[in-house]
Design a protein around this ligand. Sequence first.
Ligand SMILES: [Zn+2]
Length: 437
Amino acid sequence: MKLHIGLDDTDSPEGGCTTYIASLLAERLLQFGAEFLDYPTLLRLNPNTPWKTRGNAAVCLRVELDEASVSKARKETLGLVTRYGEFECENTNPGVVFHVGEVPRDVTVFSGRVVREIVDKVDAEALIRDHGMDSVTWKNGRGIIGALAAIGGTLDSDHTFELITYRAPENWSTKRRVDPDSVRRMNEALADSTYNNVDKRGRPLITPHGPDPVLYGVRGESPGAVYHAFNMIEELEPVARWMIYRSNQGTDAHYSDPVSVGSVKAFNPAVVEGWVESQPKVLRGGHVIFSISDESGVVDCAAYEPTGRFRETVKALVPGDRVRVGAGVRQMDEGLTLNLERLDVLELVEVSRLVNPRCPECGGSTESMGRDQGFRCKKCGFRGDSLMKVAVKVPRMLDVGVYLPDRGAHRHLTKPLERYGREKVFVSGPLHVPWIG
Ligand SMILES: [Zn+2]
């Protein structure tokens, strides 16, 4: 029978990783004779959830298993969550959902909502009940929202792959050791099929910084590409295990259609189109703030310091420019602020400034003779009482186009520029050999 196991919210800022538990579980399921129907799903959920633990990732394993092994799989899952879950963290509230059969349509719709909005636990509970699913929760049980979303996350449209390697437990709290030159070589060789390997200075972005068991993750367009990358990267410490996931990372899946300024909601990602209302200004710490407006209102936008050179683009905006922003919506004391994750410059206004006129006699430069007194030529002395300042166009230091923060500041869900045009649909087929090790 077809079994889907959804897992969420087992990690904490101090450690753990839901994907690590998933990789252990996958190995056990293979030992039970399970046949994997797809790569494990790595579903990134709404990145603006206030109670998220770290990357807000949920996982689903989808297997064909004989009936006798289903209860063994269940027991194994609960055992691994109990053993590796970070239960002491207040914000860690694990949930596991088991579903037998095809993925119901309404669960897929629910999954889309969990990626794009804040969703209440009762909505998950109702679906679990309606479809007779089996769920297990720990503490406040919020994890069943993501666990169910992972089951529904069938990723039929655009998707990417990530090969994640895990460290040996004795190394978990030490500095990660991966040869950076090998990462740069891999990045050059596989630029067309992987993404976000290095920052603009060539420093690897594939290794996380926390105490979790992940050594590194390579993201790309196909299982073959991330496996090729894995073979090129030289680890300077043992890789205890690895697994390839299919994911909504790098697909902008968290964005819905554009909404009006007035209907932006706290904690939801939003895409908003409007006109730049105020001149961007730089705050202490290097953050850049400006506001945009449409018929329904005005809202602040912020490009924070970690977004790097993206702020130079933002600073070049002027009132009247037409933009579309992709953002996380933050609730600040002063009201809502759009935390910019993407900027589409749609139209630029002409900017001009007033300068002294040229002399009509000799073309020389002029100086003012006083307010409303006209201008006098500095070269030939010509006096023009009715001469006035003239407007000249100022070149804009910005082009129409899509702009993103520096790579290191990307959300997991942010679609990087090199992925534009690489969007794909899912066609099921045999899994890459090998996909786990
Ligand atoms: Zn003159």
